[in-house]
Ligand binder design. Structure first.
Ligand code: GLU
Length: 484
């Protein structure tokens, strides 16, 4: 390891779906590690909360990172390490702090502390240092507390927030190991960072309040603390911190909807940072060398799903035609697509794909746009049906179109079909927009979709006629019912 090379880490706890906020932290760290020839990004899974951890969350994190381009094959990647495997080191370090006098045992219960604090008239203050000088030996029911030095603030030099001072009088002697010897987050996290030679810690703002305690621990262990950077919170359109209960935050949900990783990466990088100028759409390869942690803004960053969608649409449009087809595959596969698999025809899909590519914003939208080609009958969408099949329009238009389409001299290609339908509509006093709605719904099931004439051309004369006849029969049956 080169002496001054950056060593950053990403240290998620596998307690749930991987969050877009975690993805942003990972990407910022990744950019910094990759900027230096020997820079390292350490992935450390903080899996010490056995009750809340699940192996599938860990797998989800690793999969999501790989999807974003952060993967084990890259020489800047190190790990994954699992915090649970360093338990001995955590315990050993806690003992060392005790032996050095930097920590002491305490047998106070929460109720006792509360009682003393209330008697003083300070019910809201934390631990009062009762056991500081009692010289308790380790023993059952005794937790280990860190002795916060008297006097002086701890100054955290944050690369984003600048100088942040924490008065020691406001930091209680905090617990570093429970009565059963197990370490708390503040300690385990520092011990691992020390052992792994981490020299920059870039993480979410919610950890800023832990930082003075952690910096004190680094010093007590005789080590130079890392450079800190606390990233701004990510908020929704109501300026509320993104929450997994309220907001769509799981990276996997975006992946399932058909967001492209390159669009996601681009968008996430802009949550608190900008490459300058007014450029926003910028591929990772260009952003990576430009990224600077000191340029990250400290104010909260708005996660704007609409903007992300727009980015994704742009990235979709910039794919080559072949690549677009390949990216659509997961939505066309036998287990995902709504049509009988044997109906799928790749040549037909390839023919329509460019029309969809210029119109969809997320890949999952491919299915409703092309399903009419592969379903036995178009989807039934009552709203579309009622809108298009108005009395005096639906039945008349379908009848006229059927008659026109039966003409063997009509060439079955988009231009000719358009002219034919325009003429048919005009005969009924309908502009093309109005005239095509019943035909579109009869054939595709929906009022909106890909350009109609290309769609009709691809579906073929026979199937179009068959669907127009079926729709007409349905309309006639309905009007017979209402006539009684
Ligand atoms: N496991 C902690 C978390 O997921 C890591 C905090 C840190 O990056 O130091 O919040």
């Amino acid at each position: 390891m080169a002496e001054n090379s950056i060593r950053v880490r990403f240290a998620p706890s596998p307690t749930g779906m991987f969050h877009v906020g975690g993805a942003r932290s990972a990407l910022f760290n990744w950019a910094l590690a990759r900027q230096q020839p020997d820079g390292k990004f350490v992935l450390r899974i903080e899996d010490t909360d056995a009750a809340r951890n699940k192996p599938e969350w860990t797998e989800g994190i690793i999969r999501a990172l790989a999807w974003l381009g952060i993967h084990e094959q890259d020489p800047h990647f190190e790990g994954p390490y699992f915090q649970s495997s360093f338990a001995d080191k955590h315990r050993e370090t806690a003992q060392r702090l005790y032996k050095d006098g930097a920590a002491y045992y305490c047998d106070c219960t929460r109720e006792q502390v509360q009682e003393r604090r209330s008697a003083e008239g300070n019910p809201h203050l934390g631990y009062d240092g009762f056991c500081r000088d009692r010289g308790l030996e380790p023993g059952p029911g005794r937790a280990l507390r860190f002795r916060v030095p008297d006097g002086g603030p701890t100054v955290v030099d944050d690369q984003i927030r600048g100088r942040v001072e924490f008065e020691h009088s406001a930091i209680e002697d905090f617990v570093i190991a429970r009565a059963d010897g197990s370490p708390l987050f503040v300690l385990a996290n520092v011990v691992d960072d020390v052992e792994m030679g981490i020299n920059e810690v870039i993480r979410g703002e919610e950890h800023l309040s832990n930082t003075p305690k952690q910096q004190l621990l680094w010093r007590a262990l005789g080590r130079t603390p890392p450079r800190w950077a606390h990233l701004p919170v990510i908020v929704n359109e109501k300026r509320q911190k993104l929450s997994k209960r309220r907001d769509k935050v799981a990276l996997e949900a975006y992946q399932a909807e058909g967001y492209l990783p390159e669009a996601m990466v681009n968008y996430l990088m802009l949550l608190g940072w900008s490459p300058g100028g007014d450029r926003e759409i910028m591929p990772w390869a260009q952003m990576e060398p430009l990224f600077a942690i000191s340029e990250v803004n400290s104010s909260s960053a708005f996660f704007d799903e609409k903007k992300l969608r727009a980015f994704n649409g742009e990235y979709i449009r910039s794919l080559s035609a072949d690549e677009f087809v390949e990216r659509c595959r997961p939505w066309l596969s036998a287990d995902a697509a709504p049509w009988p698999p044997e109906n799928y025809d790749d040549a037909v899909f390839r023919a329509i794909a460019p029309l969809a590519q210029s119109r969809i914003a997320v890949l999952s939208e491919i299915t409703p746009n092309v399903d009419f080609l592969f379903l036995d009958a178009p989807v039934e969408d009552e709203k579309s049906w009622n809108k298009a099949m108005k009395p005096g329009v639906g039945e008349e238009m379908l009848t006229a179109a059927l008659e026109r389409f039966a003409d063997p001299a009509l060439e079955w290609e988009p231009e000719a079909l358009k002219a034919a339908l325009e003429e048919t509509g005009a005969g009924l006093g309908l502009k093309l927009g109005k005239a095509q709605a019943p035909v579109r719904v009869a054939v595709t099931g929906r009022t909106v979709g890909l350009p109609l004439f290309e769609s009709l051309a691809l579906l073929g004369r026979e199937r179009v006629q068959e669907r127009l006849r079926a729709a007409l029969a349905k309309l006639r049956a309905a009007s017979r019912d209402t006539e009684g």
